[in-house]
Design a protein around this ligand. Sequence first.
Ligand code: AP5
Ligand code: ZN
Length: 217
Amino acid sequence: LRIVLMGPPGAGKGTQSPKIKDKYCVCHLATGDMLRAQVRAGTPLGLQAKKIMDSGGLVSDEIMVGMIQDELRNNEECKNGFILDGFPRTVPQAEKLDAMLADDKKKLDHAVELIIDDNLLVSRITGRLIHRPSGRTYHRIFDPPKVPGKDDVTGEPLIQRSDDNPETLRKRLATYHKQTVPVAEYYKKKGIWSGVDAAQSPNAVWQSLLAIFGDRD
Ligand code: AP5
Ligand code: ZN
């Protein structure tokens, strides 16, 4: 199963992707998480990427395509398929992905867009809490941890992303509408696009995804 999951900041990509990964035994490649790992490691790419992420812009297509290509070629977990979370974000990235897959005689099965009104995203983004080592995500109000500020499993502290503030969110949303909405059009033309109402509860969103991918064991 080869899936692209798209949607604006806070739509629920990172919430739903691990469930898809577990159910269908595919790898979960989140380009934002990969970039944040570079930032933490203090690599030259990380230093460059941090400025771009904190300004709500996009890292270059060349870098992002290279990152995904590396994973798809070398990550053993991806041999059954993949879920891409946050990639492609531009039409050139989508074209490069298709070309990459065609080289291996493969193609995408589904491009799913999580659809939600911008004004619902402010509270989702500003309330988000993350356990960095595992990627587990909580929300102060919608999905609070058992102990405030601590991960349910390890008890370690939860953090907030530096781009999760109202100003940067506004810029991330503008970037999404300008650069990434055309990617949905691209997949509509290919006939593999489906839309899901992402304003529903997390479980209702999950049920909608199962209906698209097939609820097989
Ligand atoms: P990235 O990390 O991909 O950020 P994003 O697209 O802005 O998406 P988010 O992670 O903010 O949202 P999400 O949809 O995962 O929401 P979540 O499930 O956590 O990218 C960051 C940056 O990296 C970009 O801005 C860019 O600079 C760069 N970058 C990344 N990829 C790139 C690429 N391909 N090309 C160029 N640059 C790239 O949910 C949010 C919150 O809401 C959580 O607290 C959650 O608990 C809660 N929640 C989730 N679902 C629900 C629900 N149904 N009801 C109520 N609450 C919910
Ligand atoms: Zn995410």
